[in-house]
Design a protein around this ligand. Structure first.
Ligand SMILES: [Zn+2]
Length: 294
């Protein structure tokens, strides 16, 4: 086990708290230690927090942010970019607060009007995902970015069926309202829609130890997407963030080492005290014995 894995605490980058690992709750599919007890963030939300803070310099000031299928966790993180307009969009009205009801395949937005578009776990629900991708390309400004995440199995082709039953969808696509499980051709679809991208994983950006410390899914990819057909630009380059997190982790590890050392010093002192007490008792017994003989 690595030194980081043996630490009893983890750092949540979504709410900036150091939290006991055992207090993290299970994820939606029952996976252990997925949900931060403070902010309820899951692994993908915490990586989003890392991405948002790493991409800040590249994104610059955000005029209009389009938050597709918003969740309280992601909206909170995205709000950290302080957009002038934070537009929350969904297809249907449920308990969430949204500003626009519309389909991703037909956005009621002007061409080139969005600086940052957030779209996690949406495209696998959309029957005509190619139109949705074209809409993303249409509404992004030339410098605009989209953050996209979908369920994907690399080394396979996309398995999809928009007409099948909810029962079969659950079995084949993992959820009753999913219409596909993406494979390698997901990236071809992005390119066909006029988008270029950089695919990043938590492990590539932060390394395995940092993924452990932040409770991230090491290989869960995110696509940082931009308009255009030029070869994928490295939108997320070297950031100071891993170094900063490394320093925080170093502090925590040093603190723990100091606590362990202090505890072992206390144990030594306790043993010495016990020996000294025992010595006194023995001396007293001897003394009593001598007195009795006198
Ligand atoms: Zn948290």
């Amino acid at each position: 086990m690595s030194a980081v894995a043996s630490l009893p605490k983890r750092y949540c980058p979504a709410c900036a708290n150091v939290v006991r690992l055992r207090n993290f709750g299970p994820g939606p599919n029952g996976r252990p230690h997925a949900s931060c007890p403070r902010c309820r963030s899951l692994e993908r939300h915490r990586f989003l927090a890392v991405l948002v803070s790493s991409l800040k310099p590249a994104i610059g000031s955000v005029d209009t942010l389009l938050d597709v299928a918003p969740s309280p966790q992601t909206s909170e993180i995205l709000a950290g970019l302080r957009p002038a307009r934070h537009v929350k969009l969904d297809l249907g009205l449920d308990g969430r607060r949204v500003d626009v009801l519309a389909s991703l395949t037909d956005l009621p937005l002007a061409d080139g009007s969005i600086d940052l578009l957030f779209c996690y776990h949406v495209l696998e629900h959309v029957p005509d995902d190619r139109s949705a991708m074209q809409e993303i390309a249409r509404v992004l400004t030339p410098e605009g970015l989209a953050l996209v995440q979908v369920p994907i199995r690399f080394g396979t082709v996309t398995d999809e069926d928009v007409d099948t039953t909810p029962e079969e969808r659950t079995v084949r696509f993992g959820q009753r309202d999913h219409v596909r499980w993406y494979g390698d051709d997901f990236e071809d679809r992005l390119a066909d829609a006029g988008l270029t991208f950089q695919r990043v994983t938590p492990r590539e950006v932060l390394g395995a130890d940092m993924c452990t410390w932040l409770r991230l899914s090491e290989d869960e990819p995110v696509w940082i997407v931009r308009r255009g057909s030029a070869p994928p630009a490295r939108l997320l380059g070297e950031t100071g963030l891993p170094a900063m997190l490394e320093a925080l982790l170093g502090e925590l590890t040093a603190e723990r080492a100091a606590r362990v050392a202090a505890r072992s010093r206390v144990a030594v002192l306790e043993r010495r005290t016990a020996r000294a007490r025992l010595g006194r008792v023995v001396r007293r017994v001897k003394h009593i014995g001598l007195s009795a003989r006198e």
